[in-house]
Write a protein that binds this ligand. Sequence first.
Ligand SMILES: [Zn+2]
Length: 106
Amino acid sequence: MRARLGDVIDDYCVKCKRIMNHSVVSILNDEPAKVRCRTCHSDHDYRHEQAPPSKADLRKAALFKEVLERLGPATAEDPLPVPEPVAAEPEPVAAPAKVKRAKPRK
Ligand SMILES: [Zn+2]
């Protein structure tokens, strides 16, 4: 679907803090580049309907990165140890291994 100037599309408005109707005001490579909120009339880059990460999210991400770095690069690259799954079914009774014995040759 090609976007055209003046098309009304949904996008996230930082001023309205929600997905609002926007008019396409600038096109780049057949993609909306800039849009104008039809509610508050502010222009901004087209965000592909994605809300920008909140400051809390950014802080959380920074903290997480810091913790990873403190653990050291070797540990950070290793996946976290997965706890052993708790066996939901009772352990099968260990039956004596059936050994197929070759019939003694006569
Ligand atoms: Zn708006």
